[in-house]
Design a binder for this molecule. Structure first.
Ligand code: FES
Length: 193
C-alpha cells in the first residue's frame, strides 16, 4: 500500500533535494540571463510526464511533504507547494498565494479559490523558468522579468510571457487542509497556446 509522503524519510529527502535543485537552477538561470542572450539555459523545466498532475482530492504539500493547513499563510504571503506525490508524478511546482478575498477580480476563477487562497503553476509560460520573485503583489519571473497578477488569475501584466499562469482549482477538506479539486486549467510552462 502506498505510504503517505510525509511518513517516508527517503521521499522527504528527495523532495527537499528537488526543491534545492529548483532553487539552484533558478538562481543559475537568472545569472545566466544577465550574461548570455536568451538560450536553452533559460529552459529549466522539462516536463516528461504529460498526464494530469493534480486530480480531485490530491493534497497540496510543502517541500517537506507536509499538508497545508488553512492558517498556514497570512494575506499577502506565498509558498511553493507540490501535489502529494504518487508514482509517476514528480514535477509540478505550484505557487500558493493568499490575499483578502475581496482583493480578487479580473480574470481570477473565484470558484477555484478558497478562504483567500489561490494556486497557480510556478512554471513561466515564456521559457519555463520558475516564477520565483515578487514585486508588491505581482509575481515576477527572474529570467526576463515576466510579470503576473495573482489577484487577476495570474494574468500577464508585463514582459514577454504569452499567456497567464494556469490556475489550480482548490478547496479545504473537513480537517482544514488544502486539496485540489481537479488539474490546472491550462498547459504547464511554454507552448500549449
Ligand atoms: S522565462 Fe522568460 S519571462 Fe519567464
Amino acid at each position: 500500500m502506498y505510504q503517505p509522503f510525509w511518513r517516508d524519510a527517503r521521499a522527504r529527502l528527495k523532495r527537499r533535494d528537488y526543491a534545492k535543485v529548483l532553487a539552484t537552477v533558478g538562481g543559475l538561470t537568472a545569472l545566466g540571463s544577465l550574461v548570455a542572450p536568451v538560450s536553452g539555459l533559460t529552459q529549466v523545466f522539462d516536463r516528461k510526464y504529460k498526464g494530469p498532475v493534480y486530480s480531485d482530492g490530491v493534497a497540496l504539500v510543502d517541500a517537506d511533504g507536509q499538508p497545508i493547513s488553512e492558517g498556514r499563510l497570512s494575506p499577502g504571503e506565498q509558498l511553493t507547494v507540490f501535489p502529494e506525490p504518487r508514482p509517476g508524478i514528480e514535477d509540478a511546482p505550484t505557487l500558493l498565494v493568499r490575499f483578502e478575498e475581496d482583493a480578487y477580480g479580473g480574470e481570477i476563477k473565484s470558484e477555484f479559490t478558497v478562504g483567500g487562497y489561490a494556486a497557480f503553476s510556478k512554471v513561466c509560460t515564456h521559457a519555463g523558468c520558475m516564477v520565483a520573485d515578487r514585486d508588491g503583489d505581482v509575481l515576477v519571473c527572474p529570467c526576463h522579468s515576466g510579470r503576473f497578477d495573482p489577484t487577476s488569475g495570474a494574468s500577464v501584466v508585463g514582459g514577454p510571457p504569452p499567456r497567464r499562469l494556469p490556475q489550480l482549482p482548490i478547496t479545504l477538506t473537513g480537517d482544514g487542509t488544502l486539496v485540489a479539486t481537479g488539474d490546472f486549467d491550462g498547459p504547464i510552462g511554454p507552448g500549449g497556446e
